[in-house]
Design a protein around this ligand. Structure first.
Ligand code: ZN
Ligand code: ZN
Length: 176
């Protein structure tokens, strides 16, 4: 028995797709993949693999391919709680509430709560439409945070690169 990672609906073991939302049973798919010799002896586990499959192996907020490279993406992957656990403690391990993100998006999102105005009633299953609306709200919030931070980064980048270049030029001139 597991819960659908797309809508929260309870899935009887072995069922191929969710009766609640029609999505494939990602948990079952991941279980099968975990039997694969090339995945078996790795750091993966069924629940994480199920979430990554559902999220298309990409950050749910910015779309970055999280298996693109070890250093830049995979090493910095994070699991974000769509509804923050400081307000929804019971949703800590719920597959539908755990989403794949890159490190930057995870830090932009933090404990922000997309359930305001409320769509999801605590204790229930969100259903696929509510979950996707919560995701859209979070995506827009993260997009704005990212935009502001990237603008600041561009200023930092230019100023520091310029300063470093003139420092090197000064040192080179002094050494002559
Ligand atoms: Zn479902
Ligand atoms: Zn991202």
């Amino acid at each position: 028995m597991s819960d659908c990672v797309c809508c929260g609906h309870e899935l009887p073991s072995g069922c191929i797709s969710c009766a609640g939302c029609g999505s494939p049973n990602y948990f079952l798919i991941a279980q099968g993949l975990m039997q694969d010799e090339s995945i078996k002896q790795t750091y993966w586990d069924t629940a994480r693999l199920a979430g990554w499959m559902r999220d298309g192996l990409a950050c749910v907020y910015c779309g970055k391919d999280m298996l693109d490279s070890y250093d830049v993406t995979y090493h910095g992957y994070a699991t974000d709680h769509l509804l923050p656990v400081n307000q929804y403690k019971e949703l800590d391990s719920q597959g539908w509430n755990r989403v794949l993100t890159c490190r930057a998006c995870n830090s932009f999102k933090q404990d922000w709560n997309p359930n305001d105005p409320p769509l999801y009633t605590p204790g229930g299953q969100p259903g696929v439409a509510v979950r996707s609306e919560l995701l859209n709200r979070a995506k827009e919030f993260v997009r704005q945070k990212r935009q502001a931070r990237e603008a600041l980064f561009q200023r930092e980048q230019q100023a520091i690169q310029r300063a470093f270049k003139s420092l090197k030029a000064g040192l080179a001139a002094a050494a002559k």
